[in-house]
Design a binder for this molecule. Structure first.
Ligand SMILES: C[S@@+](CC[C@H](N)C(=O)[O-])C[C@H]1O[C@@H](n2cnc3c(N)ncnc32)[C@H](O)[C@@H]1O
Length: 254
């Protein structure tokens, strides 16, 4: 018997940023797997079951969800933001590829969500108006040397960058190193946006320059957007400046 597995994104935190498609998937499913704080955001009926687990248990969570779906249940795996951005959709695919053949035959769907970078960008203005890339600063799943290389390549190529997983208790120094690397490749006046807890009641958007940016301005709930040489500020009376990247590139050839 084959059931269904849907990986859904709940957006960055605001109930207004959960899509109708995600809500419909929640309504249809019987069992919900995810990191505790994400599962707690669901308003489940008495006939629906939550299976919360720790943050670092992605593959065993995916395996449990696939096992239950393969037995015929309608299962949801829940992520914050978008499930395809540094989240559970890829973990489920990894487990599926390594697992028994019946896992690959489960009816599988991914429901997109508003990723943190987009929620932060919207609060700051339009910093992603030109080409951009996203980089997770966590070296749990890749060597730090690869991250350094990507930072330099992205800076030299003129990309705006969005950093996910910028710091953690186990990695307190890497964001400082990342800023130091970027200062050697970008002007010090490039805008840097620290977007903390976007969409949640404790949301905080802070705008600095690359020269004034410090790692203690970020925590695990922060997404950082680093501007390009083209990214600029519009100062307005009585509010934070708008940060935006024009759609066209006028800084010359790379
Ligand atoms: C494992 S990644 C998950 C990303 C998520 N799937 C998404 O699309 O937003 C966790 C990182 O996302 C960022 N993040 C998640 N929610 C956020 C929020 N509400 N505001 C700012 N950053 C957030 C932070 O950089 C955090 O360290």
């Amino acid at each position: 018997m084959t059931g269904k597995l849907t990986v859904i994104g709940l957006g960055p935190g605001s109930p207004l940023q959960v899509t109708p498609e995600a809500l419909a998937a929640v309504d249809a499913a019987s069992d919900f797997f995810g990191y505790g704080p994400y599962v707690e955001r669901l308003e489940l009926r008495p006939d629906q079951r939550a299976h919360a687990s720790d943050n670092r248990e992605e593959i065993s969570r995916a395996a449990q969800a696939l096992t239950l779906a393969a037995s015929g249940a309608d299962v949801c795996v829940v992520s914050g933001g978008d499930p395809g951005v540094f989240a559970m959709a890829a973990a489920v695919c990894e487990a599926m590829e390594a697992g028994p053949p019946e896992w690959a035959n489960v009816d599988f769907a991914v429901v997109p969500g508003v990723t943190a970078m987009l929620a932060v960008a919207a609060k700051a203005g339009a910093p992603l108006g030109h080409d951009f890339c996203t980089i997770s600063l966590s070296d749990n799943l890749k060597p730090w040397s690869v991250i350094e290389k990507r930072l330099i390549a992205a800076a030299d190529a003129g990309f705006v960058m969005a950093f996910y997983n910028p710091v953690s208790k186990a990695r307190p120094h890497q964001l400082t190193q990342a800023f130091d690397i970027l200062r050697a490749h970008l002007p010090g006046n490039v805008p840097v946006i620290f977007g903390r807890a976007a969409g949640r009641p404790d949301e905080k958007i802070r705008i600095e320059s690359l020269d004034s940016a410090r790692s203690d301005m970020a925590d695990m709930s922060t997404c950082i957007i680093i501007g390009s040489v083209e990214t600029r500020l519009i100062h307005r009376d009585g509010g934070q400046p708008l940060v935006y990247s024009p759609r066209s590139w006028s800084a010359g050839k790379a």
